[in-house]
Structures are given as C-alpha cells and as structure tokens.
Design a binder for this molecule. Structure first.
Ligand code: PGA
Length: 256
C-alpha cells in the first residue's frame, strides 16, 4: 500500500516571519492526521525556522532545490549536507526550474542520486507543456523524463523516490488535467516505464503525486484515482485554511 502524500510547494513566497506563522497554523489544524504524509517546502532561507516550528509534528519539511555536489565553488547553491541538516525532502526538477534555471534531465538525475546518497527523499517533478500535450507527445515526453531521472538508480533506491506529475499548463493556471487523464498518464508514461526499467513491484511501490492547480474543491477527485497518491500543491498551500481543507477533503475522500 502506498501511503498518500500531500506536500505544499511555497515557491518564492513567505519571509521567515510569514513562514513561521503559516507553519504554526498548519501544525495546529493538521494535528492528528496520520493517514496522509504531510510536508511543506519553504524557500531555503526559511527552512530552519519552519523546521523548528514543526519539530516533533506530523508535518515534514522539504527544500525546493539543491546542488548535487557536497560543497565547493557554486555561488548561490545549497548542497545535500546543508539540506539534510534542515529537511527530509527536496523537490527536484520542478518545471519552473527546468524553464527558468536550466535544469535538464541530466541535472535532475545528478540531484536525484545526491538526494538518495544523503538520505533525503526526492520529490521529482515531471510533466509536459501545453504544446506537447496538444501535439499528442505527452506520453513519450514524460516517459523520457522518467528514464532520464532514474538513469543508473538501483531498484532499492528507486522505491524511495516520490514523483510529482505536473502538466506545466496546469500549474498556477486554474486549469487542471482531468483526474482520468492524469491517472492514465501516470499509468502509461510513468508506471509502465518503471516496469520496463525495474519491475512491477518497484513500479507499484513508487508514489506519484498530481500537481497543477490543486485546491480544496478538486483534491478529492484526484486522490481517489488508483494511480494518484496525493498532491504537490503550490498556490493553495500558502494559506492555513486552503491547505488544511485540501488535506481534510483528501482524508474524507479516502475514507469513503
Ligand atoms: P499550483 O502549483 O498548485 O499553484 O498550480 C503546483 C506546483 O507548481 O507544484
């Protein structure tokens, strides 16, 4: 059984004071939630303070990016040991980083390997653009991203990876894939490729979140799909009320 996992990606939002307030609020409203794994991913400067607020709670902390080298002359970057001090998770290869900061399947692969080496759970993002979607290239493209991300990764390590299928056109747009389409893409472009790379057991063990305009209203429709194991939430993770409602609605849908 894959444990559902909902994570908030705060992106470049929240100062330390704002992040602390949001984390403290979530700690209160989400206390006692055990059936869904929970995490928030603040910006690097806010990680330490949020980690302190959430220490000993049921909400984990993730970074939004990291370099793959342990140290060195890489101005502006943060390394795996630095992340490891403050966080259990790291988002890797978010489409905004691929689009604006030159991330490629190769850098994603290096970062994925580094995260696994340091015992940080990677949340690896994949997903197609609107043009690729319209051209019918989604399955081939996402499949390529999966092959690139997992290159050289052993089966024992692969099962520790979390994936987030995020169609780029659905991010921050208010548009979502239909739950049926997202479920089908995850099946054929992700799990079937993982069967080829590894085996059925590995493909069925890896958790895959959906991301892209997830909110309290649509969360339930995604979480009940057989191949969708939770969500990576951007905009709706920035307020206590909306992120709490997402988690509560997911819990309710899972219990039906
Ligand atoms: P969104 O962002 O929920 O604001 O669409 C999701 C993401 O980019 O992870």
């Amino acid at each position: 059984m894959r444990k559902p996992f909902i994570a908030g990606n705060w992106k470049m939002n929240k100062t330390v004071a704002e992040g602390v307030a949001l984390a403290a609020g979530l700690r209160e409203t989400l206390t006692g939630v055990v059936d869904i794994e929970l995490a928030v991913c603040p910006t690097a400067t806010v990680l330490s303070a949020v980690r302190d607020v959430l220490d000993g709670s049921n909400i984990g902390v993730g970074a939004q990016n990291m370099h793959w080298k342990a140290s060195g002359a890489f101005t502006g970057e943060i390394s795996p040991p630095m992340v490891k001090e403050l966080a259990q998770y790291v988002i890797i290869g978010h489409s905004e980083r691929r689009q604006f900061f030159g991330e490629t399947d190769e850098t994603v692969n290096c970062k994925l390997e580094a995260a696994l080496t340091y015992g940080i759970t990677p949340i690896v993002c994949i997903g197609e653009s609107l043009e690729q979607n319209k051209a019918g290239e989604t399955v081939a493209f996402v499949g390529r991203q999966i092959r690139g991300a997992f290159a050289g990764v052993s089966a024992a390590d692969a099962v520790k990876v979390v994936l987030a299928y995020e169609p780029i056109w659905a991010i921050g747009s208010g548009l979502t894939a239909t739950p049926e389409d997202a479920d089908r893409i995850i099946r054929v472009a992700i799990r079937d490729v993982l069967v080829e790379l590894y085996d059925v057991a590995v493909a069925e063990a890896i958790r895959v979140q959906y991301g892209g305009s997830v909110n309290a209203e649509n969360m339930a429709t995604f979480i009940v799909m057989p191949n969708i194991d939770g969500a990576l939430v951007g905009g709706a993770s920035l307020k206590v009320d909306s992120f709490t409602a997402i988690v509560k609605n997911a819990l309710a849908a899972l219990r039906v």
